[in-house]
Design a binder for this molecule. Structure first.
Ligand code: 13P
Ligand code: SF4
Length: 355
């Protein structure tokens, strides 16, 4: 990547951080002002879901109340791949996608005849922000012989420029498959996940320099200090974390894979380097295990989101009730763009169905 492109990328990351700080200040006010009776509110939402023929699909990083509601109403709580799969197979005419914007878009691209509503249109992702379609297209156009593989955490327009879409749950398998074709590869936008996959598969890839502001903040030094107190704890790391974190991990994997690892590994204690929203399902899956957040503090730490995605945190019961009542925040995608973005996404779904 050229120096000016790299500079632009870091400016985008700074802009993403400013957005996070603004949101964190706002979130505090929201929490203060919400005085609802949760039980009664959940009952109202359950009735609205039925009335509207709607299903709630939630990511592991959303608030535990949102995840619980999805479970209680026959919806789904999962990683981004399973959210896409579940939404696609759902018989409901409306999907309420509690996660971030690209997850709503993915649902709409796969199921264009369904109505897709999101609790808030403002819930974005630093990877999506850091990979504007025009610049990414120019980057790809400069390397026309490369196969373009993009992470699901991207806009519909970026997906439309790709040959393949992947999620962290299937990235290594898919990249092994692509490596066997012997074509050079462009990977975007998450540089850390890209570096991890490249090392795992021995594939050389041109990496877009995006990163996740949440996973970027986990600190090796903090984990090492915690390990002195809990020497038998296993370290579970999502591959959006820095490669230094990956190197000290006992297990690296997507959100679903991390939950499975906590359940299946013999350790009684776990240090978990991913968004803390995952603890709701992880503790359910491994009730007798002790789960700890991997530290985001420590030497030279600049923790702002502190192991919790500020955009995932925007999903709450108030907003879900509002969109069900008023049909607001619908995801709309231009038909041509939907068709172009569907191709690489459908490749992912077909590959996932047979691997
Ligand atoms: P998963 O695909 O593992 O759900 O991750 C999505 C994400 O945004 C992680 O930060
Ligand atoms: Fe994006 Fe990171 Fe939030 Fe996941 S945790 S949605 S990658 S900002």
């Amino acid at each position: 990547m050229s120096q000016s492109a790299a500079l632009m990328m870091s400016q985008k990351q700074i802009a993403a951080r400013v957005l996070v700080q603004e949101h964190l200040a706002h979130e505090h006010l929201q929490a203060m002002s919400s005085g609802q009776d949760v039980g009664a509110q959940k009952q109202r939402i359950k009735c609205l879901l039925k009335q509207q023929d709607a299903t709630l699909v939630a990511h592991y990083y959303t608030d535990a109340l949102v995840q619980e509601l999805a479970e209680e109403t026959g919806g789904c709580v999962s990683d981004s791949l399973e959210m896409a799969r579940f939404g696609n197979h759902s018989l409901s005419s409306t999907l309420i996608v509690a996660g971030v914007h690209f997850m709503g878009e993915t649902a709409k691209i796969l199921s264009p005849t369904k109505r897709v509503l999101v609790p808030t249109l403002e819930a974005t992702c630093s990877l999506d922000i850091g990979c504007p379609a025009e610049e990414f297209t120019a980057f790809c156009d400069a390397h026309p012989d490369h196969t373009v593989v993009v992470y699901a955490n991207t806009s519909a327009a970026v997906k439309a420029r790709a040959d393949w879409v992947v999620t962290s749950g299937i990235a290594v398998k898919l990249m092994e498959h692509l490596a066997s074709e012997g074509k050079p590869i462009i990977w975007g936008p998450d540089q850390h996940l890209g570096r991890y996959i490249a090392k795992q598969t021995g594939t050389e890839m041109l990496l877009w320099q995006g990163s996740c502001i949440v996973h970027d903040e986990f600190k090796v030094i903090g984990v090492q200090q915690l390990k002195q107190v809990y020497p038998n704890a296993a370290v579970l790391v999502h591959p959006e974390s820095s490669y230094a974190m990956v190197e000290i991990a006992d297990f690296v994997g997507s959100t679903t894979q991390l939950i499975k690892a906590a359940q299946e590994m013999p350790n009684k204690e776990f240090i978990v380097a991913t968004d803390r929203g995952i603890f709701y399902k992880m503790q359910q899956a491994a009730p007798d295990k002790m789960l700890m957040e991997a530290p985001t503090a420590g030497n030279s730490a600049t923790c702002r989101s502190c192991a919790h995605c500020p955009w995932m945190a925007m999903n709450d019961l108030d907003k879900i009730e509002q969109v069900l009542l008023f049909g607001t925040n619908e995801i709309v995608i231009d038909a041509g763009l939907q068709e172009r973005a569907l191709k690489p996404l459908q490749r992912l779904m077909d590959f996932a169905a047979t691997n």
